[in-house]
Unconditional design. Structure first.
Length: 347
């Protein structure tokens, strides 16, 4: 079964979805596109070779104008849940970009509605679909380094050179936590199989930062088994840059596992690396990583198509993603309050 897609939100990252991610997965077919910007809409339509009848100024128009099975939402984050709800009410399955929403309460509304209607609601947590974190998950489950004692995560990038008015990223709500750390929070849950219960976050606001909210944050995250994770993230780092998935050091009774992932362009797995250094060894051993048909957004999109076609529920379902989103929300609250905050997941 080929899943017929309406794609809404074509600017910026949404344009990359339209031109690079969606065409790469044979299980889906784009039958409609929607964006309120006429020039953006026309540019994507021409690039994809779609007829004028497949282009719409709104999701409402697209739902009325074409027959589709599902909607992919890559519009600005504040519109994710309203658009998802509109698609669900029209009987369509939904794949929505991260962050799912800016609050768990809003996201939970969409999750409940999808479950009531029996429709697939998936969040695109694209970093899960790389070989390094997936192998790390398996190694930890097999006890490769024994009982864990610490996890340290570092993310370092520099993104501060453009004019404020020309760069929407500077205006993204809580760009360090909501836009970037959400990836790492979701990976943390995936590789450990544990849930976060509490977080203490402190944000830094250098005078040279062009970000409206925090661009640097440090956090201590307590997991359900008592393990404490140390996280440091920065959009303003002049230190050597990490890969987008960060640099991870996972220490246990029997050794240390290190991994990094998503080093290049989306879908490039050449920079993925996992090493294990057993206790008493001087040098780490590299772990062979498998290949897959699709990675990054394409991997999640393929999983979505297979779920819609009767396959297993997606591992990044809206229900599951509430726990990543709740950690994000608690971290934002902690950075504002200066106090540890519990991770509260709505029903």
């Amino acid at each position: 079964m080929t899943v017929r897609i309406i794609h809404v939100g074509l600017g910026g990252w949404g344009g990359s979805w339209a031109r690079e991610a969606l065409p790469a997965v044979s299980e889906v077919e784009v039958v409609g596109i929607a964006d309120p910007s006429a020039p953006t809409l026309e540019a994507v339509r021409e690039d994809l070779g779609l007829p004028a009848s497949a282009a719409f100024a709104s999701l409402t128009d697209a739902l009325a104008g074409v027959d589709a099975d599902a909607v992919v939402v890559t519009a600005p984050a504040v519109t994710h849940v309203p658009l998802a709800l509109e698609a669900l009410e029209a009987g369509k399955h939904v794949l929505v970009e991260k962050p799912f929403a800016n609050t768990t309460a809003e996201a939970a509304e969409a999750v409940r509605r999808a479950e009531e209607l029996g429709l697939v609601l998936q969040v695109s947590q694209n970093y899960r679909w790389y070989p390094a974190p997936r192998v790390t998950k398996d190694l930890l489950a097999a006890g490769a380094v024994g009982e864990l004692s610490a996890i340290n995560v570092d993310f370092r990038q520099w993104d501060n050179d453009r004019a404020f008015e020309d760069h929407p990223h500077y205006r993204f709500p809580h760009a360090m936590i909501n836009d970037m750390a959400i990836h790492h929070f979701d990976l943390l849950r995936m590789i450990t199989g544990q849930e976060a219960v509490r977080v203490f976050a402190r944000a830094t606001y250098p005078s040279f930062s062009k970000y409206q909210d925090e661009a640097v944050a440090s956090m201590l995250i307590e997991l359900s088994d008592g393990l404490v994770v140390s996280y440091r993230g920065s959009w303003l780092s002049r230190a050597p840059h990490t890969a987008w998935a960060g640099e991870w050091s996972i220490q246990g009774e029997d050794g240390e596992l290190r991994f990094t992932s998503r080093a290049g362009e989306p879908g490039d797995v050449s920079g993925d690396l996992v090493t294990v250094r057993k206790a008493g060894e001087q040098e780490p051993t590299s772990v062979e990583l498998p290949t897959a048909e699709h990675h990054d957004r394409q991997g999640g999109l393929q999983a979505f198509a297979r779920s819609v076609s009767g396959g297993p529920a997606p591992e990044t379902s809206g229900r599951d993603n509430l726990r990543s989103l709740a950690l994000m929300e608690a971290a934002t609250r902690s950075a504002a309050s200066g106090l540890p905050e519990d991770v509260v997941v709505p029903d």
